[in-house]
Design a protein around this ligand. Sequence first.
Ligand code: 8X3
Length: 250
Amino acid sequence: MGTMISTRTAVVTGASSGIGAATARSLAAAGFRVVCAARRAERIEALAAEIGGLAVACDVTDRDEVDALAAAAGSPVHLLVNNAGGAFGADPVESADPADWRAMYDVNVLGLLHVTQALLPALRASGDGTILNVGSTAGRIAYEGGAGYTAAKHGTQVVTETLRLELCGEPIRVCEIAPGMVRTDEFSTKRFGGDQEKADQIYAGVPDPLVAEDVADAIVWMATRPSHVNVDELVIRPRAQAAQHKVHRI
Ligand code: 8X3
């Protein structure tokens, strides 16, 4: 009796830290061969070595690098987690830097577009593909100082919804996870240009913000439902955050 070993391949962008790194680890633990993509080669190489995956250095805003990622990942690919993204700045509309807005649209929307376009043939070839986009509660609401980021993450949301309509009838699920307050090493620090004090204020007194592993856990759950089950969107927040402006602090 022959044994059939079918390893499913997952590609995770933004895998060098935070939600992306945690997701790569959790998917590997769930049996996926994980292609870890990010700009910082040393980080993803260490991660890939740890989880028995493959590291591909890639800036998702660069189409040539994304095409090289698709070539390295091979075919078929069962799961694409479009996680690369981020916030730059938290300035009001009146004084925001257009360069920050451009950079946010670039990574959160166009980056997702590049990777999705490049990997669609391999996802289709799997006969059972899933595209899982990491959005944000910022793609659901508005908050002061957030317009550049909320506009970009609303973009992530609506591109996801559009793609689900366009791929209807194909064996590819299209899902979005929208996390609220997650304490990761880099998200807020990057947003505030390295100002650790400002970054720390975001989480100050919040009893238990989510951590990257909480989101990774939900992503693995979404990706491992039976093939006919499409979790369109999953909003996930810490218990202490009932809404964007309603955060319990002690
Ligand atoms: C992060 C959520 O509240 O910082 O994507 O916009 S928030």
